[in-house]
Design a protein around this ligand. Structure first.
Ligand SMILES: O=c1ccn([C@@H]2O[C@H](COP(=O)(O)OP(=O)(O)O[C@H]3O[C@H](CO)[C@@H](O)[C@H](O)[C@H]3O)[C@@H](O)[C@H]2O)c(=O)[nH]1
Length: 471
């Protein structure tokens, strides 16, 4: 993308009466989930068709997810071939995956866009897909960017890119340099944004790839108005395009009614959760694609068991020490309906890798957190959780520690789940406060709903204002 692209809005003068929205998520769970939730929110609001473009592999993965109900009739899914490394191995070589997304997805996506009938009136694409700019420009279709990470990270990358473009980063960059300009966030070592960041080429590629929101028509974020106020003010002062905080984009409207044992969607872990005392269970999930060493897994398993706190643990492939886990200890399973689990009355804590969706889901459910960030935005997210919002504890006391030992896991788990512990009580109170603000944002007339309405009104669609229903 040249510097001109950064300054010239695509089709900013077009007023579109959107009848066909084409949605293109980045091919990863943490991006597809919020994009699909956005489509679900839009679908009843205006008279439109929505087409979501996914790889064949992702279509299979989504349709096998029993916790996710069928899409409304006006949302269609179109496939592109599996031109990327498989989701099952994505975590093994993230750089290779990212490069494939940058170089191999654009052609099949534009072929699908060109086949659509009726044609696309507007494209909503993940902020990580910069090639969408040229596709939209060539077809004179407005493009909207969806940002699925924190506003703080957005601002960090913006500043990083500025510094880089102005030659402000040293040649012998080591990663030890800090990003110290984030309002409300204490300084972050750049190396902390990536695992093994001995060079910053990938960070550069990431920060460049975000830059298509300069020519975008508008920017949607999965955050909500009162969560990251000062950093959002800074972002707004730097960008001329409209920015709408419409999150969290989580399936909260699908939470009720809860599945009953007679329902085919009912899974045994709900019965197990139902049988536990209030706020007694620690929910453990370390994300959808990154792997942890076997040794670390073993320490986590033994730490959880020795803590004597009951746990529900999502383990995707390897079932560690499962033979030692019975119903009096915990419950181990490969996948769950996470938002429903976090919202269950027996869940009182969350040990998480701090993906932004998981973070927002914990805030929505009012559950305090033990942070165990692995990669990318997860370290800054952990910082927000522990230092700024003060709703969680770090699992690692020392960042240089290679493996967190079982003794530390026992200590942190017991502390978080101890209702008499003053620090833990404080965290519970603060997360309950955030929960209220978050749920209010999603209510009828709440800020996220109003912002979504404003976004729709920006399209000059006369039907856009009728959508004031609960979403
Ligand atoms: O058993 C499970 C486990 C996860 N989830 C859902 O999967 C999503 C996971 O998203 P997230 O918590 O953001 O984690 P990742 O999939 O790891 O997300 C990637 O994308 C995020 C958004 O860009 C980034 O913040 C993360 O760092 C990046 O790893 C959430 O909606 C969870 O509710 C389930 O439904 N069931």
């Amino acid at each position: 993308m040249d510097s001109g692209d950064r300054l010239n809005p695509i089709s900013s003068s077009i007023s579109y009466r959107s009848s066909h929205i084409v949605s293109i998520p980045y091919p990863g769970r943490g991006h597809i989930n919020p994009m699909i939730n956005l489509c679900r929110l839009l679908s009843p609001r205006i008279d439109l068709t929505i087409t979501i473009i996914l790889t064949e592999e992702w279509i299979k993965l989504i349709s096998s997810d029993s916790s996710s109900p069928n899409l409304p009739d006006n949302i269609k899914v179109r496939s592109i071939p599996n031109v990327l490394p498989s989701e099952r191995t994505r975590g093994n070589n993230y750089t290779e995956f990212f490069e494939a997304v940058m170089s191999k997805m654009a052609d099949p996506v534009q072929r699908v866009i060109d086949e659509l009938n009726p044609p696309a009136d507007i494209v909503v694409a993940d902020a990580l897909l910069p090639w969408i700019v040229d596709i939209c420009k060539q077809r004179n279709v407005p493009a909207v960017s969806l940002w699925t990470e924190s506003a703080s990270l957005f601002f960090a990358l913006f500043k990083f890119d500025r510094l880089d473009a102005a030659g402000g980063l040293p040649e012998d960059f080591s990663g030890d340099e800090t990003l110290s300009y984030l309002p409300n966030v204490s300084s972050t070592h750049i190396a902390n944004l990536l695992p093994n960041a001995t060079t910053f080429d990938i960070l550069r590629a990431f920060s460049r790839s975000y830059y298509w929101f300069h020519p975008a028509h508008s920017l949607l974020t999965t955050s909500f108005d009162k969560l990251e106020i000062s950093v959002m003010e800074k972002i707004r002062s730097e960008f001329s395009i409209p920015i709408y905080q419409i999150g969290p984009l989580i399936p909260h409207n699908l939470l009720s009614p809860s599945p009953k044992p007679t329902n085919p969607d009912f899974s045994p872990y709900f019965s197990w959760l139902d049988s536990q005392p209030n706020s007694s269970v620690l929910y453990v999930s370390l994300g959808s694609f990154l792997s942890i060493s076997d040794h670390q897994m073993e320490e986590i398993a033994m730490g959880l068991i020795q803590s004597k706190v009951k746990f529900l643990w999502v383990l995707r492939d390897k079932l560690f020490c499962v033979d030692k886990v019975d119903e009096d200890t915990g419950f181990v399973l490969p996948w769950c309906d996470q938002l429903r689990v976090l919202s269950h009355s027996s869940v009182g804590g969350f040990l998480t890798h701090c993906g932004w969706n998981s973070t927002l889901e914990a805030v929505y459910a009012g559950v305090p957190i033990i942070t165990f960030p692995l990669f990318w935005d997860q370290k800054p997210n952990s910082k927000l959780i522990v230092d700024d919002w003060k709703i969680g504890l770090r699992l690692k006391e020392n960042d240089d520690e290679e493996t967190v030992k079982r003794e530390m896991i026992v200590k942190k788990v017991r502390k978080l789940m101890d209702f008499d512990d003053e620090e833990s009580k404080g965290m519970r109170e603060r997360v309950a406060g955030l929960k209220e603000v978050c749920q209010a944002a999603l209510e009828v007339g709440g800020s996220s709903q109003q912002n979504l309405d404003e976004f729709l009104q920006q399209n000059n669609d006369p039907k856009a204002t009728v959508g004031l229903q609960k979403f």
